[in-house]
Structure formats: C-alpha cells, structure tokens
Design a protein around this ligand. Structure first.
Ligand SMILES: Nc1ncnc2c1ncn2[C@@H]1O[C@H](COP(=O)(O)OP(=O)(O)OP(=O)(O)O)[C@@H](O)[C@H]1O
Ligand SMILES: [Mg+2]
Length: 119
C-alpha cells in the first residue's frame, strides 16, 4: 500500500513542518510554492468594494509526502497539523490518497519498495 499525503500550509510554516517531518523520519518530501484561496476567498481585509465576487489568491505552500505503508499515515497527518497550526483562518488543509503505483526510476523497483529508503 502506498499513501500520498498532501498539505496546503502557510508559507511561514514550511520550515517548521519540514523539521517536524524529519523528526519522525520522513525524508522524501516535495514542496511547491502555489497560489490559492479557501472559504474566505483569500480576502484578508474587508476593505475592497468588490470582494464578494472576486477570488484573491494568496501565496501558500503545497507539500507532498509519499509513504510506503498506511501505518504511519495518521502520525504524519498529526505532525503536519501540529507544526502548521496557528488557530487563525488560512492555516490550510491536509489530504491523503491511496496511490495506485510507484516506480524508482534508477532500479525499476515498483510498489512500496520504490518508496522505501534505498542504500
Ligand atoms: N476547496 C479547496 N480546493 C482547493 N484548494 C483549497 C481548498 N480549500 C483550501 N485550499 C487550499 O488551502 C489553502 C488554505 O486554505 P484555508 O486554510 O484558508 O481553507 P479554509 O477552508 O478557508 O479554512 P479556514 O476557515 O481555516 O481559513 C488555500 O489557499 C488553498 O491553496
Ligand atoms: Mg480560509
């Protein structure tokens, strides 16, 4: 079983989240700088007249982590939640998915072996 965890977090929480994942022995991570909005439509201050019809995208970070087993899925989700939390709107979201296949290009290994640490 391969699981993919995806998280949308604040830019200034990226380092804390990556450090926290390293402490639970997660080392394979992909990060993206993205633009996004959630249920507030990205509006930070209600000073614009047209905010009800506009989406104001704000810079966010997207993180992806692949796991070779479902075992540590909840641990990774809880670790990201704790490290990314401020309690204010805009803290982000964490999602998880089942992954159908994976391959380590160098060795042709497939399945969970493709995700597990190599020598
Ligand atoms: N429905 C969605 N679809 C795609 N991306 C989303 C969605 N909701 C949130 N995101 C992504 O997550 C980021 C942070 O969202 P945010 O935390 O503001 O969600 P929210 O549902 O508005 O929660 P809150 O009420 O805590 O602000 C967004 O900028 C966007 O990148
Ligand atoms: Mg929001």
């Amino acid at each position: 079983m391969i699981v993919k965890i995806e998280a949308y977090i604040r830019e200034d929480k990226m380092e804390d989240v990556i450090d926290a994942l390293a402490t639970i022995d997660i080392h394979g991570i992909t990060c993206y700088q993205v633009m996004g909005c959630g249920s507030q439509h990205g509006v930070k201050e209600y000073t614009r007249g047209k905010q009800e019809v506009e989406l104001h995208l704000l810079p966010k970070i997207k993180i992806e982590v692949l796991l070779s087993t479902e075992k540590c899925e909840q641990r990774v989700i809880d670790t990201i939640q704790k490290a990314a939390y401020t309690g204010e709107k805009g803290d982000g979201k964490i999602l998880s998915y089942d992954v159908r296949s994976a391959m380590r290009i160098r060795t042709h290994e497939t399945g969970p072996e493709a995700i597990q640490p190599s020598d």
